[in-house]
Structures are given as C-alpha cells and as structure tokens.
Design a protein around this ligand. Sequence first.
Ligand code: PFF
Length: 477
Amino acid sequence: MTDIDSTADGLRAAAPSGSASDAAPVRHAQWSSRLAFILAATGSAVGLGNIWKFPYITGEYGGGAFVLVYLACIAVIGIPIMMAEVALGRRGGQSPINTMRRILREDGRSRHWALIGWLGVAAAFLILTFYSVIGGWAVAYVVRAGGGAFSGASSDGIAALFSGLLASPGELLFWHGVFMALTVAVVARGVSGGLERATSILMPALFVILLVLVGYALASGHFSQGLRFLFSPDFSKIGVGGVLAALGHAFFTLSLGMGVMIAYGSYLPRGVSITRTAVSVSVMDTTVALLAGLAIFPLVYANGLEPSAGPGLVFKTLPLAFGQMPLGGLFGAAFFVLLVFAAWTSSISLLEPLVEWLEEHRGVRRGIAAAAAGIVAWVIGIASALSFNLWADVRPLGMFAAFADKGIFDLLDYLTANLMLPLVGLATAVFAGWVLSPRILEGELSEGRGHVFRLWRFLIRWVSPVAVAAVFWHNLG
Ligand code: PFF
C-alpha cells in the first residue's frame, strides 16, 4: 500500500496505511487544503498542451472554428468528465485502478469496468514518452535564451536555431534525459512537496510573462489579424479531423481520460466543492491557452510566418519577440524556465499513476519504481526523438491510408490524444452516467444542491457520451 510520505508533504494523513490488497481499501492522504488540490490539478492541466500544443494545432486546423469547437468540448464534455473523475477518486480514495475496483465491488458491477483505470495508466505512460521529448526542447531553450542566442536574430536565424536542435539526435536525447530526470526526481520524493509550493509561485509568474508577451504582440501591429485568426470561425477550414483533434485536445489539456484526476481526487478532503474546483481548473487552463494564442499569432503575422508551422510554432515565434525586446535574453530565459515548470508539474502527473500502482501492487519502493518507469519511458521516447531526424521517414502504420503521413511522434500523439483519451473518457461518462447507481456519486457532487447534481447527470448521461460517440462515428465514416 502506498504510504503517506509517498504522496508528499503537501498532504496529510487521513488514516494509517494498510495492506497491499485492493480488498482493504484505505484512504491514504489528503491535500492540505482546497487550494493545494487546485494547484496540483492546475499544475497537471496547464503544461505544454496549453503553450506548445494548443497554438500549433489551432494553426494546423485553421484557427477560429477549431477554437470554438475546443471551447465547447471543454464546457460540455471536459468539465462534466473532470467532475466524474474527481468524484470517483474521492469516493474510492485510492489509485485509479483500485478506486475503480472498490467502487465496482461496492455497487455490485462488472469488474471489467476497471479497464478504465488500466487504459488510463497506459495512456499516461505513453504520453510521457513523447511529452518529455518536448519538455527537453524547452530545457534546451532556457540555455539558448540565457546565452543570448535570440538577440537580434532574424526569423530565418530563429528557424535555423530550431531546426538545428531537431537535427541533432544527441542533443535531443540529452535534453529528453534531463527532463525525464527532473520528473523522476520529484515523483521519487512524493508528488507535491517542494513542487506544490514552487507551483504556487511559478504558475502566477508564467501568467504574468504571458501577459507581457500579449502586450508585446499588441504592439506588433498585427494583433487584430491574430485575433481574427483565433476567434473568427470559418468552418470550411476545420474538417472532421479538426473536430476530433479539438475533442482530443480538450481531454489532453485537462489531463482527462488518464486516471490522473481520479488519483488527485482521491486526496481531496470532503467538504470541498468538486464542481467549483473543476470549473476553476478548467477556466485557468483555458485562459492560459488563449493567452498563448494571443501572444503567438500576431507574431506569426508580423514576421510573415505560417500559422500551420506545426510543433515548432512556439519555438519559432516567441524567440523573435525576445530577440527584439529590451532585456530579451532575460525575459526569454524566464519564459522558458516557466514553460519547463509548467511541463514538469504535468509530467509528474503522467508518471504518478504507474508508480502508485507499482507501489501498491508489486510492493516496489517508490524511488525504484519511479526510476525504473522513467528509464523505460526515456528509452521508448528515443523513437519519438529520432522521428525528428534519423527516422524522419519512418511511417510505422504507413500501410493504412489514415496514418500514411504520420511519423513515430505524430502517431503516438494521435493514438493517445485523439483515440485513447476520448475513448477512456467516453467509457468514464457511460460508467458514471449509466452503469453506476446514482447514489454512489450523489453525495460527492450534490453539495446539498440537488440541481447541480441533476445538471451534471444530464450532461454526463446525454451530452458528453453522445458528443464523443458522434465525433468518432463521423471520423470513421
Ligand atoms: N494537461 C497537460 C498539458 O496540457 O500539457 C498534459 C497532460 C498531463 C496530459 C497529465 C495528461 C495528464 F495526465
């Protein structure tokens, strides 16, 4: 059984820990406050998904229409599913797999639903393998910014800097390793601890720097063009694939469909409103993504770049701004340090579910479990890193038309974010809305106000699953 110390100093014990069996569920620890939970959950949600991924996929799918679908997915699918995950976690009080088992036993339902927990843990681990490659880019850019590499550089020079990084397998693997080591170091010590405290300072700092960058973009003379790209929807540009991508990204950015919110919910004290918490986390997450978009797209237009530049978008646009502003080296380094932190508080939540399970089930010591899982994820991640250079032409599923243009990195991203997460999310919605007796979660979600629970139940039974299923159906068609 995982021990209190394994969940870190930001938590306090609610009960002594017990046996390793899932037959003897134990509430392990609790967040010290509602704020601690919000910070940890926001730390997980706000990450590369907001600042790196959201702008570039928005660029690839043509802007406004994509943003609109994404916002709708957050509101009617993301928030209800986040509430379901947190409520399941608090009700079960254990790691995602054991939480599911405990609730299934209590409600007399088929054990097969525990698959939700298993698939979530697997998806989180797979995402970690490539997430840490991009986290490595951010670490590399701290060094570049600090060394003055952006100052006065032209957009070609900045683009060359980025392609130089991608072309060097050795450098990519090194930074990928550094980022993974950071992740393992924290998970080995327990999740929150110093990081929880650090996040409470660094997240607001990230917010402030983003605002400064938006201010800079405002002065670029192309703000309205950027604004129009982000917010005026042109549905002819998005396509069916774009709707799936928006849905998948809503899950990715809110850290849903991976058991992470179940795990974090299991530490949430009673009496804290799950509805308010889920809404706060989602609003903060969305705000950061939109600010990143507002900082980036005006620069794209001001410098004659393409919105559809792909995964390098952020790394090719923001350094231009840093290169031209006073104290740009300092600002640039600070920005990338904060980006690393945002990625770090997310990557620990990607590693945590597997480590928690290894500890509970296999009795592996936390430090060893974290190191072993980290090394395996790093090794698998090599394939993603090499897909930017030596293996750029490898198409693992090239025999299927749908995947003909997807290299290893793109494929892993697609399979996890666009398929696994929405599918696990769909299963969670069906389970919470249709399979589970309402009484199980009512106590967690009603907070003495029946209408909140009724609204949630309507969304989770009808809106979320139907929307996810419809998007899939359309895509298959
Ligand atoms: N939500 C994180 C981001 O937007 O960068 C990524 C992520 C973290 C996804 C944790 C899933 C997860 F479980």
